[in-house]
Ligand binder design. Sequence first.
Ligand code: SF4
Length: 200
Amino acid sequence: MSGPCERFYVQRADGVGDRAIPVGISSCLLGERVRFDGGHKLDRSLRDTLGALVTWVPVCPEAECGMPVPREPLRLTGDPVEPRLITVRTGVDHTAEMQAWAARRLDALALDGLCGFVFKNRSPSCGLRCVAIHPPGDGATTLDSVGLFARAFRLRFPLLPVEEDESLRDPARRALFIERLLAFAREREQRRRVSPTPPW
Ligand code: SF4
């Protein structure tokens, strides 16, 4: 039986061979230069330690939905439950294009057999919790929203284990996250054996 720190292999989505558990990750955490300022947020621990157990599936919502690198920074505004994704200086609203892209990307991730996701914290696109939101007018900024892509992801895959980079610096939370990934992957493999046709 696999222990919590051993690789667990699942059948590839195309049915050709096996691979370590596929787990999505905000691309900048792997060192990809996709941030608004042209930089990255490489997390060596995620890349090298957790990365030894999983197959990373990098996703950058802002770059993949067509925004340039570098680009004007974005922020969330309005209702924390239904926020708008707006450029900070010029006020361009990217909400609709992000939501349309996310729907297509999530379809593709479902077919890829994804077992979890590690999101970049505080991002207006990727942040999983406590993301800054700016009310219209002069109201005070609060930290009670969720990034637009992270929100769409949770709605589409409510059972998938998800975490943020910052939380995974805590060894106990990281161990728990790995356990949840393994449990989810094992259950999915059982479902796949019973019914070879996705979704599982
Ligand atoms: S936080 Fe998300 S949207 Fe921002 S650069 Fe990283 S992957 Fe791209």
